[in-house]
Design a protein around this ligand. Structure first.
Ligand code: ARG
Length: 408
């Protein structure tokens, strides 16, 4: 019996070649699976193209809602930014595409799945670890790690020989991956970190210089850590992200130029554009400042770091992630209210915040005469608080200078 393979298919050059190559090499039937995660371009005519490339079936799945609610929002609530900055649109998309691939493989009786990731990226790990978790016995093909093609030109030549429709447009100098949460851009001149990003590398933001001279104001309302309304209008998760992305991108917000540490041990330089993600992380963080108690807030920051690593490193379907989700979820009970921000030429700044769960007590914070804070109580508190240092330096002598203290 012929092998049947479900292929993660974007319609781009690599995955088009994969569709045909698997038929040629393994005499297999292939099913093309395309996930809609809110990317802007790519999906037009993708089914037709898959059939023209010999697919037995082409399936396009609208996973936008699932992506927003089950992948993006948990990461937002956790405050997960890889190496303190990257909101991980690509990293969050991969486990969901893998899940879709596994679902199709099971429904269609496939014995294998295939993806178009290279052998030196993070994405291969994200796909394969996710597949291992969801279907431990499913075979995985990663043609880019094993096929004979060494360049784009050779792939194009194969397309011409095998009748695969390829657009004769000029080659994009960058490698781009996108979904509703952001765009990742690499390759070409960007591979030299000394080179400033050319303006044409950016896909969904205007440069701060070209942004309007008038700032935009956005009010975001949260319920249990999840954004539910934009400027007073209740929106679905997908609508909210897309609409906010539009506004923030038009004001030059969300650009990031990052040299990052990949799972496979190399440093890579990547440009990111994540307008909505940047604004939502900012707003969410500000609301947590108002509503979380000090210890929970500080502890959660440590979790955020681990949570980001786990997403970046492909461990989305791990027991640890579910356990961390339980912790994060518990903290978000009080993260309700709204944050108003100003977007202006690439910057996000805070105008106001409000929460029914606010822990900010003006009568304790004020320096005016209605002050309720017990100043006298501080004396005893500090007496005890400073006791360990007092004792230490009585015994060892007080430091004269930092230099001396370090050397001693
Ligand atoms: N370095 C990023 C990550 O690992 C993005 C990789 C995106 N791929 C691309 N073709 N630009 O999440």
């Amino acid at each position: 019996m012929k092998e049947k393979i479900a292929v993660a298919y974007s319609g781009g050059l690599d995955t088009s070649v994969i569709l045909k190559w698997l038929q040629d090499k393994y005499d297999a039937d292939v099913i093309a699976v395309t996930a809609n995660l809110g990317q802007r371009k790519e999906l037009v005519g993708v089914e037709e193209k898959a059939y023209k490339t010999g697919a037995k079936k082409a399936i396009v799945l609208d996973l936008r809602e699932e992506f927003a609610t089950e992948y993006v929002f948990p990461a937002l609530k956790a405050g997960a930014l890889y190496e303190h900055s990257y909101p991980m649109a690509t990293s969050l998309g991969r486990p969901l595409i893998a899940k879709a691939l596994v679902d199709v493989a099971k429904a269609e009786g496939c014995s294998a799945v295939a993806h178009g990731c290279t052998g030196k990226g993070n994405d291969q790990a994200r796909f394969e670890v996710a597949i291992a978790a969801l279907a431990p016995d499913l075979k995985v093909y990663a043609p880019l790690r094993e096929w004979e093609f060494k360049s784009r030109e050779e792939e194009i030549e194969y397309c011409q020989k095998r009748g695969i429709p390829v657009k004769a447009t000029k080659e994009n100098p960058y490698s781009i991956d996108e979904n509703m949460w952001g765009t990742s851009i690499e390759c070409g001149v960007l591979e030299n970190p000394r080179v400033a990003p050319p303006e044409d590398a950016y896909q969904r933001t205007v440069s701060p210089e070209n942004a309007p001279n008038q700032s935009a104001t956005v009010e975001i309302e949260f319920e249990r850590g999840v954004p539910i309304a934009l400027n007073g209008e209740r929106l679905s998760p997908v609508e909210l992200i897309m609409k906010l992305d539009e506004i923030a991108g038009a004001n030059g917000v969300g650009r990031l130029d990052l040299v990052e540490n990949r799972l496979v041990g190399i440093k890579s330089r990547e440009l990111y554009e994540a307008p909505a993600a940047t604004v939502l992380h900012f707003a969410h963080r500000e609301l947590e400042r108002l509503t979380l108690d000090k210890d929970t807030m500080h502890y959660k920051a440590k979790i955020a770091h681990d949570y980001a690593d786990l997403i970046y490193n492909g461990l989305w379907f791990s027991p640890l992630r579910y356990a961390l989700d339980a912790f994060v979820e518990k903290t978000q009970k009080v993260v309700n209210g709204s944050v108003t921000l100003k977007l202006y030429k690439g910057n996000v700044s805070l105008l106001s915040r409000w929460s029914p769960n606010s822990l900010y007590d003006e009568s304790l914070a004020t320096y005016a005469e209605n002050d309720q804070f017990d100043h006298k109580a501080s004396a005893g508190f500090i007496k005890i608080y400073s006791l360990p240092l007092k004792t230490y330096y009585r015994v060892n002598g007080s430091p004269v200078s930092s230099q001396e203290a370090v050397a001693k």
